[in-house]
Design a protein around this ligand. Structure first.
Ligand code: F6R
Length: 359
């Protein structure tokens, strides 16, 4: 039940620190060693390439997964829309391994890909929130997200759970493959930092309500920009905002805006910039100047490492590869308040259903 909450979406946003702790307890022991079914780790360790398929928010979690898998395991990783791969199957490496990310475990577009995967005898893993779901039953292996039931149509805690469980798998796999980055990675610590950081951000939710009311609710459009993992989060942030607030929002690789789309920036266009990537933080500041000089209302969401006194939301410090877990929280809250303060049906946006069982 919603308890004292006005909406499931806010309840589920607030539950994320607990979800991080639950994943840590489920998949790590007290010494920080991973507890993943060794058969899964063994099977994936033979792969020369990982293929992640998913839809919507789960696809965006897969984009973060790609960064995690490539950094901590050294295995090249591709991420695709299930709806595209179903009928235009990707070109395969010699030893592919398929990962399906799906909160519900019932998404028809993903099922089409899995059917073809099985037909070709390719081993697979479904990461899902629903035990015994169709995609779980039909894949070779399953890892459960354990985020608890997600009722709001807009996915929040399943996204952070998917990022965290992919992190667990990347560590287990990287260790098995002898990758130094994985061996030296204190994931136990990072998940604790994530839980604390999310708590800090949800405790500061009033600030996000103010920003939503001041910049978003009267706007017809908005942009999220970022580079690296911040680009992946920008895509998810944009989906969240548009699906619940009906404000047309695009997520952009920060430097791509100037290659055409910047012509949409007018006086007062909200542009929300995400900055966690150490390699490109300064370059993104430059991209912010480009839109400010065209009249954009800029909102910055910035890691403490790179923050200055003019930034709007300062994110607690965390390992860059885990930064999506924190960056997405203000975006979820902005979407929530934009929808709520426009008087919309937050938990059931028009035209949408919780699980999409048609192609
Ligand atoms: C957006 C949202 C959808 C789902 C997508 C895939 O907030 O919830 O984009 O992420 O329909 O659903 P699952 O993960 O159940 O396969």
């Amino acid at each position: 039940s919603k308890g004292t909450y006005e909406h499931y979406m806010l309840k589920e946003i607030d539950e994320q620190p607990g979800v991080m702790r639950h994943i840590s307890q489920t998949y790590l022991d007290d010494a920080g060693n991973t507890k993943v079914n060794p058969e899964i780790v063994n099977a994936i360790s033979k792969a020369d390439r990982l293929y992640i398929f998913a839809a919507g928010t789960s696809y965006h979690a897969g984009l973060v997964g790609k960064a995690l898998f490539e950094h901590y395991t050294g295995i090249p990783t591709e991420v695709g829309y299930a709806s595209e791969a179903g009928y235009h199957f990707p070109m395969m490496s010699k030893n592919p391994f398929f990962i399906f990310l799906t909160q519900s475990g019932e998404t028809a577009d993903s099922r089409v890909v899995l059917k073809e995967t099985n037909k070709r005898g390719i081993p697979s893993l479904t990461m899902t929130n629903v035990e015994g779901s169709t995609l779980s039953r039909e894949a070779t292996y399953t890892m459960l997200l354990g985020a608890g039931p997600e009722i709001a149509v807009a996915s929040t805690k399943a996204y952070t759970a998917q990022v965290a469980v992919q992190a667990v798998l990347a560590k287990a796999l990287g260790e098995k493959l002898g990758v130094k980055a994985a061996q030296e990675w204190n994931l136990h610590h990072d998940l604790a930092i994530a839980a604390e950081g999310i708590q800090q951000l949800v405790d500061g939710k009033e600030k996000l309500k103010e920003i939503a009311d001041k910049y978003l609710i009267k706007s017809r459009n908005a942009f999220y920009i970022g580079r690296g993992i911040d680009h992946a989060v920008a895509l998810e942030a944009a989906l969240k905002l548009k699906e619940v607030s009906y404000i047309q929002t695009e997520g952009f690789a920060a430097a791509e805006l100037k290659h055409g789309t910047i012509s949409l920036i007018e006086n007062g266009t909200p542009v929300i910039a995400l900055i966690n990537d150490p390699v490109t933080a300064e370059l993104t500041r430059g991209n912010i100047q480009e839109v400010v000089s065209r009249g954009a209302n800029i909102v910055t969401i910035v890691s403490k490492k790179f923050a200055n006194s003019t930034d709007d939301i300062v994110l607690p410090e965390i390992n860059y590869y885990m930064s999506a877990l924190l960056t997405v929280i203000p975006a979820q809250l902005l979407a929530y308040y934009a929808s709520r303060d426009k008087g919309l049906d937050v938990d059931k946006p028009r035209n949408l259903a919780k699980s999409v069982t048609v192609e």
